[in-house]
Design a protein around this ligand. Sequence first.
Ligand code: ZN
Length: 228
Amino acid sequence: MTTHPDPAVLICDLARSFYDLGWVSGTGGGICIRTGDNVVMAPSGVQKERMQPGEMFTVALDGSIVDRPDDPALRLSECSSLFLKAINLRGAGAVIHSHSLHAVMATLLFDEEFSISHLEMIKGIEGMGYHDRLVVPIIENTARECDLADALEEAILAYPATHAVLVRRHGAYIWGRDAVRAKTQAECYDYLFHAAVEMRRLGMPTTVEGGIDDASVQTAGTGVGGRR
Ligand code: ZN
């Protein structure tokens, strides 16, 4: 990926890629990148794949607007308070909010936690290895995006190892220590959400308890693919 030094340019570039993946279609989703003590954020309710660098907002870590675009019609992202949770509580350098269908479908197959194990792509998540069980908390959706903030904070604090939180019937918030890490982890998470949906479709469990050599859980259609 490009690592353009101007976060506003990088956000526009990333948004075009994410649009092609179906993560930010229909003006949904969002991206922010931290720069020093400020955070550059895409505006709310715009075609994410057609944004220009001059349309970005800059906010301080307390959420106050430091700089706004010239166009008065542009509004600060509805995700701003949520982005700041990951930045202030977890030291994130960039946060991606995805409306990926894979993430949405994954939230319909699990209760309070998404979990998956023994897939190579788990290694793409910081601190995780192939044999680890990856867990992602799921919070309930609200009518307004900003009303998710308290539940997101609770989930971030309750799951100190996670770099993502799923929102039921909505999507996911995924972060990393910088834009590259946020992007690559978002790709790994999305792959794993997709894999889990397909595994469940085939009646397979998404986690392998007791090790990968347990043949009883390697066969599709074993009937153990229900809710936890
Ligand atoms: Zn959203």
